[in-house]
Design a protein around this ligand. Sequence first.
Ligand code: HEM
Length: 98
Amino acid sequence: MAAWRGGRSLTWVTGAVTFLVSILTAFTGYVSQTNFDSQWIATQAKDGINATGGGAYFNVLNLGQMLMWHIVLLPIAAVVLTACMSSWSVPRRRAPLR
Ligand code: HEM
């Protein structure tokens, strides 16, 4: 626990954001299947996203847009975030004990 302490807050936040990005990647993959399940879920999600005002930016009924998020944009975001996290989580050199 307390993984954010000891100067690791940026690592913790990056990990949480990467987790959210992976959820979005899974969701956009699911709606890319174009079967009845995925069309139903996309229609429900469209209503939810429109209720928040986000529908102008993110159209879950647009297959091309969802596939592009799924196979290009979100994977790039996940890779970049993971690279940042790995470089930030290198342990700091501590001052020698006296
Ligand atoms: C973290 C990375 C990824 C996650 C978590 C993920 C997750 C998923 C999920 C949950 C599905 C629905 C699959 C199903 O239920 O049948 C899916 C479908 C799909 N994914 Fe991914 N995916 C990832 C990366 C990628 C990448 C890098 C590509 C291609 C370059 C890709 C291409 C596809 C395609 C084409 C489908 C639709 C498949 C179908 O028609 O059944 N995914 N993905």
